[in-house]
Design a protein around this ligand. Structure first.
Ligand SMILES: [Zn+2]
Ligand SMILES: [Zn+2]
Length: 176
């Protein structure tokens, strides 16, 4: 039984699904199908363990840590070594199906928003825990110009921006 009083005092801590959870549920099946197509195009195998890790990540709108994934995927009475999860994650990251959020030390499944632009920004909401993957041609252009100017050879182009999503009151925070 949840006390209604505490929910109204701390609305951002409520465990009700946020807008991210709703959107994740709507988009997960399509994104998973896209990931499978990418594996076929790359001629690589989505082995059962790789698929289970990927499906676990698509099942939630929040980033998951490797140990959290291992625990989630452990069958009743069984055992799942974190190294097994790490290996699967390495593969999924290499194929561009999963991203590691360094700031969270956790992983999220890709929604493949970056069809043409190469730089992806992750908007990480510290209130609801949801992450939005987004990009634009302008962002990619700006980052590429900056990298050229600095003579820096990027291995990955991921931006992690922490704060509050629109749903959790991000609009109210001054961007000045
Ligand atoms: Zn939020
Ligand atoms: Zn959210």
């Amino acid at each position: 039984m949840i006390m209604s009083g505490s929910a109204s005092r701390l609305p951002i801590l409520q465990e009700e699904p946020c807008a991210h959870a709703q959107r994740q549920a709507e988009r997960a099946a399509r994104a998973l199908a896209q990931s499978e197509a990418i594996c076929r195009a790359h001629r690589v195998r989505l082995t059962p363990i790789r698929r289970r890790v990927l499906e676990a990540l698509y099942a939630t709108h929040k980033p998951m840590g490797a140990y959290e994934l291992a625990e989630y995927l452990t069958p009743p009475g069984g055992r799942m070594a974190p190294i097994t999860v790490y290996r699967a994650l390495d593969f999924l990251i290499e194929q561009g199906l999963v991203h590691k959020l360094a700031s969270q030390n956790a992983y999220i499944a890709s929604f493949h928003v970056d069809n043409a632009p190469e730089t992806t920004a992750f908007l990480i909401c510290e209130a609801c825990g949801g992450v939005d993957e987004t990009t634009s041609a302008e962002l990619t252009y700006a980052v590429n110009s900056l990298l050229n100017r600095e003579g820096f050879g990027p291995r990955a182009k991921l931006l992690e921006i922490m704060g509050r999503c629109a749903h959790c009151g991000g609009d109210a925070i001054s961007r000045a």
